[in-house]
Ligand binder design. Structure first.
Ligand SMILES: O=C(O)CCC(=O)C(=O)O
Ligand SMILES: [Fe+2]
Length: 263
């Protein structure tokens, strides 16, 4: 990646809460991952409460060599490094998420679980997902949908949502008008298989249902960076609550945005 492209991509991530890096995974390795995930899915029963996330299979790198290979895939970590995100580290596992053929949409949500922590206002990403889609994605098969900028900015939807996942959204009806609605600011993020999609845990995202006959499989890998350092690329202001944040401070976990998220 040229330094110009790297800066443009990083700026996009900081401003919008997501970015795409193309051509990261080779076709051979993609096929290895398709074969392994199909085997795992064949041996897995989809729990009813996870229907909106599809198959939801947690896999540790030590149990599957293909996953270990992905979590040390040099082109990905080189790209992260070039973006200035070289201090993000994997937790050592991934989640295999699918949209089954004609499977339902995924509700609007964000995945930040520390809304009471001053780290919430971090102008740089702290926790990100690395999304590897094993097929090309389009609005028809449930590509990622994002509301850009909502990692930093409260919008009306924030206050109308049922909190994500185990906190409530897994148990809603499929015709919930808000959770599965369209937003005037939403963008679709269709990608080619082999691209890497980065997303800030704080950004609002969802996916439409899969209207095709083919499964859309995603391998999602959470990564986080240290909480007590400022990234080297950051030359903007450091919010006071972050500069003064005690490392041993205790903040009750919360999936619901509080006072730190302002309009
Ligand atoms: O399946 C997807 O497209 C995204 C999954 C996701 O965002 C989640 O499970 O938190
Ligand atoms: Fe998510």
């Amino acid at each position: 990646m040229t330094p110009e492209k790297a800066k443009e991509t990083r700026d996009h991530m900081l401003q919008n809460g997501y970015c795409v890096i193309e051509d990261v995974v080779t076709e051979d390795f993609l096929q290895e991952m398709r074969d392994e995930t199909e085997r795992l899915i064949a041996n897995h029963e989809e729990p009813a409460d996870l229907v909106y996330q599809g198959q939801h299979i947690g896999v540790k790198r030590e149990d599957y060599s293909v996953i270990d290979k992905l979590l040390s895939w040099e082109p990905s970590y080189r790209a992260l490094d070039e973006l200035g995100f070289g201090d993000f580290k994997t937790g050592g596992s991934v989640i295999i998420l699918t949209k089954e053929p004609h499977g339902p949409p995924l509700y609007w949500h964000q995945d930040w679980m520390q809304w009471n922590d001053p780290l919430t206002v971090s102008p740089w990403p702290q926790i990100i997902f690395l999304n590897y889609y094993l097929t090309d994605t389009t609005p028809e098969n449930g590509c990622l949908k994002v509301i850009p900028g909502t990692h930093h900015r409260r919008i009306p939807l924030h206050d109308q949502l049922v909190p994500a996942h185990e906190q409530g959204a897994r148990f809603i009806e499929e015709d919930h008008p808000i959770m599965f609605g369209d937003d005037p600011e939403q963008v679709y993020v269709p990608v080619k298989a082999g691209s890497l999609v980065l997303g800030d845990a704080r950004v609002l995202h969802s996916a439409d249902g899969n209207k095709t006959d083919d499964r859309r499989t995603l391998i999602l890998a959470w990564h986080r960076r240290p909480t007590d350092t400022v990234p080297d690329y950051w030359d903007g202001e450091i919010p006071e609550v972050i500069a003064n944040r005690p490392e041993d401070g205790e903040y009750e976990g919360s999936r619901i945005p509080g006072a730190y998220l302002k309009p």
